[in-house]
Design a protein around this ligand. Structure first.
Ligand SMILES: NC(=O)c1ccc[n+]([C@@H]2O[C@H](COP(=O)([O-])OP(=O)(O)OC[C@H]3O[C@@H](n4cnc5c(N)ncnc54)[C@H](O)[C@@H]3O)[C@@H](O)[C@H]2O)c1
Ligand SMILES: O=c1ccn([C@@H]2O[C@H](COP(=O)(O)OP(=O)(O)O[C@H]3O[C@H](CO)[C@@H](O)[C@H](O)[C@H]3O)[C@@H](O)[C@H]2O)c(=O)[nH]1
Length: 447
């Protein structure tokens, strides 16, 4: 099938190369000429495991190309997917990029007889596709729904695991306002063997928000329980979560068996959720609810708990040291999660700012994310040293903070951290492996 994808970021580009790898003919569009030029020579502008190889392979097969021109991309397409950003604006989402895409597609449809299905993949609040997007398309094309198709196909991939998630999703949601679009979406996703949920577009939009809001709620309740465990003493929140995860309702036994509770990867006590999705999406859902006169108490609490959680690190260290002024502190991990260069809403930004406010000396390690981190914290970057070798910096540090679950930090040895304070803000390492260090973490009381 011929498809156009407008917006070539984490979602648009990953979807584009994966659809091409499944045999479709894909044109990815982006406003930014530099991104388009790079993609056409096989160099992705974002970091995702497996993406450079897949991009090169689909370029070589001539099933993938990038352009800045929306019109040429949709001329022969059956589906145009809109995958532009929907950033947060005062708690709501900024729909300008989606609106602009709908107008550009509508302008093309005004003079073309060809039937195109326009499908929103960006995360948009319930009621966006069947009102705003539909109206913009009808207005700028002078045609009614039916002369073109309309759908909403939310994306559930996680950064850092985007290719795997896209290729092996838990489910695919096929939101549609007309039968022809549903048929096209079913054909596009025919090679995927998973549950497919056929619903109207506002249900599709709400499934995406409910999913992220419930994930965020779980993270905040686990962190609140963890803080309580630390305050009570003698109870470790990680052991608590291992016990909780054994409940079949949390970790259903799959055909692969049940995940061993020792290797918990989700709902681990930590320093809070970040990224471009959970914070933005929870805020947008809260704002939508409040605009409809609902109190939205749960989501308010989820955001409040999360906003306070990263503060646990510096407040715990200050309880231990009295003052952090001049203390040599090494922060391991700057992105919002491992294996990505994305620092949007990363807890490390707040942790580093807290450390600088407390006048600690700060060195940071995360070569993949360092450049984006510098941009995110602005002039404060001048007060930090960025290192390309954390093993080398350990000797310098009095305090080591593990801020993401990158597996390499799990290699920290007892010898390296002897006499130092290790704050494991992600419950990555086994304290028994570093008996020579003063081990601090979330969800366990200070000794
Ligand atoms: N990042 C994720 O993990 C993820 C996962 C699921 C859903 N989403 C949602 O998908 C959407 C896209 O997210 P993202 O992370 O890929 O964003 P992104 O910022 O990485 O990429 C968006 C791209 O769209 C381009 N763009 C903006 N306006 C354009 C226009 N009018 N025409 C052409 N290109 C345009 C930008 O230049 C940018 O390259 C958002 O709604 C987001 O909430 C993101
Ligand atoms: O037990 C946990 C799990 C995650 N996190 C944090 O939560 C954030 C988000 O993590 P994750 O959900 O793994 O990454 P994202 O790439 O942001 O993916 C989320 O947001 C995407 C965009 O909407 C969705 O597509 C995904 O399904 C959804 O998981 C990160 O800061 C994590 O460190 C925790 O604090 N504790």
């Amino acid at each position: 099938m011929r498809i156009a994808i407008i917006g070539s970021g984490y979602v648009g580009l990953v979807s584009g190369v994966c659809f091409a790898a499944k045999g479709n003919d894909v044109t990815c569009v982006d406003l930014r000429k530099d991104i388009v030029a790079q993609l056409n020579v096989g160099v992705p502008h974002i970091h995702e495991r497996g993406l450079p190889e897949l991009l090169k392979s689909v370029l070589a097969s001539a099933r993938f190309r990038a352009t800045t021109d929306v019109h040429s991309s949709i001329e022969t397409a059956e589906i145009a997917l809109i995958a532009v950003g929907t950033p947060s604006e005062n708690g709501a989402i900024d729909l300008n990029a989606v609106r602009q895409c709908a107008r550009q597609i509508g302008a093309y449809l005004a003079t073309s007889p060809h039937h195109l299905s326009v499908v929103v993949k960006s995360t948009v609040i319930a009621g966006t596709t069947d009102t705003m997007v539909r109206q913009e398309l009808e207005h700028s094309s002078g045609k009614k729904l039916g002369a073109f198709g309309l759908g909403m196909n939310p994306e559930f991939l996680r950064e850092g695991e985007a290719i795997e998630d896209f290729m092996e999703p838990d489910r695919i949601v096929l939101g549609h306002e007309d039968e022809r679009t549903l048929v096209r979406l079913q054909e596009l996703y025919a090679p995927w063997n998973c549950d497919k949920v056929r619903v109207n577009t506002r249900t599709a939009e709400m499934i995406k928000y409910a999913n992220n809001a419930i994930l965020a709620t779980q993270i905040s309740i686990v962190n609140e329980v963890a803080n309580l465990c630390a305050a009570i003493g003698g109870v470790d929140a990680l052991d608590v979560m291992r016990g909780v995860h054994l409940d079949k309702r949390w970790s259903p036994i799959t055909s692969f068996g049940r995940l061993a509770p020792q290797i918990l990867t989700y709902l681990v006590p930590g320093c809070g959720f970040g990224g471009s999705c959970l914070p933005k999406d929870v805020q947008a859902l809260r704002t939508q609810g409040e605009s409809l006169g609902l109190p939205m108490d749960m989501l308010n609490a989820v955001l409040d708990v999360n906003a306070a959680q990263s503060g646990q690190i510096v407040s715990t260290l200050e309880r231990k040291f009295g003052t952090l002024s001049g203390r040599r502190t090494l922060v391991l991990g700057l992105s919002f999660k491992p294996d990505t260069d994305d620092v949007r809403e990363s807890a490390s930004i707040k942790i580093v700012r807290d450390l600088l406010r407390a006048e600690a000396q700060v060195k940071c390690y995360d070569p993949l994310a360092a450049e984006n981190f510098k941009l995110a914290i602005g002039s404060a970057a001048n007060r930090i040293q960025f290192s390309s070798d954390w093993r080398h910096e350990i000797e310098w540090a009095e305090i080591v903070i593990i801020a993401t679950r990158a597996q390499e930090y799990g290699e920290l040895t007892s010898l390296q951290v002897a006499g130092k304070t290790v704050f494991d803000a992600r419950r990555l390492i086994d304290p028994a492996a570093v008996p020579t260090a003063d081990y601090l973490t979330i969800g366990r009381r200070l000794n």
